[in-house]
Design a protein around this ligand. Structure first.
Ligand SMILES: Nc1ncnc2c1ncn2[C@@H]1O[C@H](COP(=O)(O)OP(=O)(O)O)[C@@H](O)[C@H]1O
Ligand SMILES: [Mg+2]
Length: 259
């Protein structure tokens, strides 16, 4: 059974002055351990889709189902990583990472030990007592990843988490996140408008078109690229051909856009 099933999902926004069909009949599944990107131009409904999957917005139509292993399992099934890291500036890095255990009343010696282990894995153990303001953008995103991983979610939802970073930091963090997700055997749903990032990170890419947000095409990244770290994928000889194929589809979408 698939980890996540998105079934006939549609979402409309109403306001006094406006009516927007943000998503129109979206269907896809996400398998255990799989990395899928939702790629598309600004306004095609990516954030709406992720917010619905996260349970933050109730869809107008359709359903989302996530495999339930054990109903008594209190740990959150989904973790979020966003463009902005939302670390609390008044809390140390360690206390930010311990936020999940604190909220779910599991703050104890064991979770504190686990926080330090995870901080070590993300390379921040030596600055566990520092405050977010003292960290670079890339380090802050690694802290945000640690904060998510401590909750042991089954699925990570990533909403353009690399887009506010400089290019070198972004490339390093892509490799890092990819390796961590493999190590922890987590599935991920990434939304991005960056074709290269989608190819570098994913097993599968779902291309959305805008107004209304619909699935235009699904690209499967070839086996050889899927097993490489993102940085090496970007340099692989078969990278340009998949980039071109997606680029052509995305350019065609822009031409279809009513002005
Ligand atoms: N809260 C909202 N109220 C009204 N319209 C919205 C709201 N959020 C998003 N939209 C509209 O829905 C469409 C999809 O938005 P969004 O999901 O943010 O797209 P993306 O993340 O791909 O840029 C856009 O046309 C946007 O203007
Ligand atoms: Mg968005």
């Amino acid at each position: 059974m698939s980890l996540l099933t998105v079934n006939h999902l549609s979402h409309h926004y109403h306001s006094k002055a406006d009516y927007t069909i943000a998503l129109d009949n979206i269907n896809f599944t996400l398998e255990h351990g799989e990395f899928v990107s939702i790629l598309g131009p600004s306004g095609c409904g990516k954030t709406t889709l992720l917010s619905i999957v996260a349970g933050l917005i109730k869809p107008t139509k359709g359903t989302i189902s996530l495999v339930e292993e054990d109903p008594s399992y209190k740990i959150p099934q989904m973790g979020y990583m966003l463009q902005q890291d939302y670390l609390f500036p008044w809390k140390s890095i360690k206390d930010n990472v311990l936020l999940g255990p604190k909220i779910s009343k599991r703050l104890n010696e064991e979770s504190t030990k686990r926080a330090l282990e995870i901080l070590k894995e993300v390379g921040l153990d030596n600055i566990a007592d520092a405050y977010p303001d003292e960290l670079s953008g890339g380090m802050r995103q690694r802290a945000a990843l640690a904060r998510t991983l401590i909750n042991d979610p089954k699925l990570l939802l990533l909403d353009e988490p690399f887009s506010a970073l400089d290019f070198q930091t972004k490339l390093r963090l892509e490799d890092f996140v990819s390796q961590m997700l493999k190590q922890y055997e987590k599935a991920a749903l990434l939304v991005t408008h960056d074709i290269s990032e989608a190819i570098a990170m994913s097993d599968r890419i779902i291309l959305l078109k805008a107004r209304p947000g619909k699935i235009k095409q699904v690209f499967t990244v070839n086996e050889e690229l899927r097993h490489l770290p993102p940085f090496q994928t970007r340099q692989h000889p078969s990278f340009p051909s998949i980039f071109d194929a997606i680029w052509k589809e995305m350019s065609a979408l822009e031409q279809e856009e009513p002005n």
